[in-house]
Design a protein around this ligand. Structure first.
Ligand SMILES: [Zn+2]
Length: 361
């Protein structure tokens, strides 16, 4: 099994410029290749392969654009391969779109290959030399990496061989109720508190966003440097929020997948809930999509089974003790009280026990 890693880079000014140049060449090659393909279609010729395009690029484009020589040849080469993949996807996969021209500053990325090594807090990359990583690690024999930009940060992504530990599952089957008041309640009683990074950073974000609109000059083509700075601040806050959320979710999903033989969750139909705006935004803030995604692959890693109860399964309304279903249960009712057997339990705990039972049936 392979596992992808994505680590933030701490580039110095020289390296940032070089990264921009690489992304620029990759974009230029992609766009050039795209127009070459379009021309071929117009002439009703066969679409040139990525190898044909690369040969043509070396003889016709590279010689006229000196800046191509400043970057690794892998950057334009892989860009043309990506273009080829995009076309193949378009012809094969229903619903996929035709490749379009890449715009500067949007999804900037490029590719490097060689004998790459990450050691201590640094990664050694062809053309770049040593680059500082945001965390320490030790990996040798990395064949290729992708460098990409997101919210004014640069990242390196690569794959490493990964043997998941098939741990002894000490905790057996578990039902997990995902909530708003709490992130997750397990049928054995464990409660994971809600992560609300958005709520925490809401004020900061609002102030930063106000600065952006304040510094925007109407009717001006070129905006000021301060406007750009304000925009960077907003993007960085958004990024921070997404990181906090992801990390908290990783903790929970790892705990679950490592220790339980079967995990039962509910299928949360977020689009169906979006009618209730408040509820929907809380759910998105809780990162339930991400929760499900992480649990999916971690269960495969650690050899546990993920069961998803369909969204019509009334986990909240059913008594986990006698099975009697309530006709109504409002969101305000935090404690479940059964009219039939007088069983009382925390609403989320009751739901999680029902989910555990669903998995067993
Ligand atoms: Zn009951």
């Amino acid at each position: 099994m392979m596992k992808s890693l994505k680590i933030r880079l701490e580039l110095n000014d020289v390296q940032t410029t070089l990264a921009r140049k690489h992304a620029g060449v990759a974009r230029h090659a992609y766009n050039w290749g795209l127009s070459a393909c379009k021309q071929a279609f117009e002439k009703q010729e066969k679409r040139p392969s990525s190898i044909d395009l690369h040969k043509k690029l070396v003889t016709e484009v590279k010689s006229k654009n000196e800046w191509y020589y400043e970057v690794s040849k892998c950057a334009p080469q892989q860009a043309l391969r990506n273009l080829d993949e995009a076309y193949k996807r378009f012809f094969k996969v229903k619903g996929s779109k035709l490749p379009v021209f890449k715009k500067k500053g949007r999804k900037d990325s490029f590719y490097l290959e060689g004998n790459i090594e990450a050691k201590g807090g640094f990664i050694k990359l062809p053309k770049f030399g040593k680059i500082k990583l945001s965390e320490k690690m030790d990996y040798q024999g990395i064949k290729n990496v992708m460098i990409s930009r997101q919210a004014y940060h640069w990242f390196v992504s690569f794959k490493i061989p990964f043997v998941p530990e098939k741990t002894e599952k000490t905790k057996g089957k578990v039902g997990v109720d995902l909530g708003i008041k709490t992130l997750a309640t397990l049928s054995e009683g464990t409660v994971y508190e809600a992560i609300k990074p958005y709520k925490k950073y809401k004020r900061k974000l609002r102030i930063a966003q106000r600065q952006v609109s304040k510094k925007f000059q109407k009717g001006k083509k070129e905006q000021s440097k301060n406007y750009a700075k304000a925009k960077i601040k907003v993007a960085k806050l958004h990024y921070k929020i997404s990181c906090i959320r992801k990390n908290a979710l990783h903790q929970v999903t790892s705990d679950l997948a490592k220790n339980h033989s079967q995990i039962v969750i509910e299928d949360l139909n977020v689009s169906g809930m979006s009618k209730n705006h408040k509820l929907a935004s809380a759910i998105l803030d809780g990162g339930f999509y991400e929760f499900r995604r992480q649990l999916d692959y971690k269960c495969a890693w650690y050899g546990s089974e993920l069961v998803v109860a369909d969204r019509f399964f009334a986990s909240s309304k059913t008594c986990s003790n006698c099975g009697k279903k309530k006709a109504k249960l409002s969101l305000k009712e935090r404690v479940f009280c059964c009219e039939k057997c007088h069983f009382e339990a925390d609403r989320d705990l009751n739901a999680s026990i029902n989910l555990k039972k669903f998995g067993a049936s």
